[in-house]
Design a protein around this ligand. Structure first.
Ligand code: GLP
Length: 251
């Protein structure tokens, strides 16, 4: 059963479990696509959105044929002093993840990832997004250290744009445990500003391991780069959906 609660002035939908959280988010995405088939979406990877993608890939693939998908990040490696995206065939690749979990089953108008050109030209992807007309809907999740919109670790400026980052130790270790694979050292990620400029955001938080950070995001005295996801409190059109386990410390 879904519950609606307000914590520190933030309206939060509490799903009973991971499956329900995925269904709720997928239903909102589908509603928006039905009324605006040409929409542009910014989407994450990780374990949190898998339930959403599971629902979406079982829809009629034609629903997505006018939609454009943009991903938040992709891993990078240094080869002979040259920074490169990891190959799409690499087991860690987010291009591969998106193909396996969604794009092999639906056929969007287009799908994009932030590329290596953002190393030299900070915000190249942001300009690209701007030329597309901006992001209509962003599906967002959070890391245990509060990172959001890709890999924007604690300390990242709220004005950050798409760029190369070095993945912090904690996230490397967490992603290693989640995937069973060694986490690459670098990634190109959208910035906090890139994500927060989306016209609408669905913010998902799932599982016991996110309960502490969700508490901090909601109750921090004010939005702060020390807890990057607090930037979402400044967005006027953000739908917060969490599951019971993630909400377990909210009181
Ligand atoms: C991917 C995302 C990260 C996220 C991680 C784990 O690596 N790029 O931002 O921290 O997945 O996410 P989740 O906790 O949803 O599994």
């Amino acid at each position: 059963m879904v519950q609606e609660k307000t914590y520190n002035g933030i309206d939060v939908t509490i799903a009973s479990d991971y499956e329900e959280l995925g269904r709720l988010a997928a239903n909102i995405i589908l509603e928006r696509i039905y009324s605006h088939p040409k929409m542009t979406l910014l989407v994450p990877t990780g374990t949190t959105p898998l339930g959403v993608y599971r629902v979406l890939r079982h829809q009629n693939p034609k629903i997505f044929k006018k939609a454009t998908f943009l991903n938040m990040d992709e891993y990078c490696i240094l080869v002979d002093d040259k920074m490169m995206l990891i190959p799409e065939t690499h087991p860690n690749s987010y291009r591969r993840y998106m193909n396996e979990n969604l794009f092999n089953r639906i056929t969007p108008e287009a799908s994009y990832f932030p590329g290596i050109e953002n190393v030299k030209e900070l915000g190249h992807y942001d300009n690209f997004i701007k030329n597309l007309g901006g992001i209509d809907l962003c599906l967002d999740s959070i890391g245990q250290d509060g990172h959001t919109f890709g890999f924007n670790h604690p300390g990242t400026s709220f004005d950050s744009r798409t760029r190369l980052i070095r993945i912090n130790k904690e996230t490397k270790e967490i992603n290693r445990r989640l995937t069973g694979l060694e986490t690459p050292e670098y990634a190109i990620t959208t910035g906090l500003k890139t994500g927060v400029e989306s016209r609408e955001i669905i913010f998902l938080v799932s599982g016991e391991r996110k309960a502490d950070i969700l508490y901090k995001v909601i109750y921090a005295v004010e939005p702060t780069p020390d807890i990057p996801a607090t930037i979402l409190r400044q967005h006027s059109n953000c739908i917060w959906i969490v599951d019971k386990k993630a909400a377990s410390k909210l009181g």
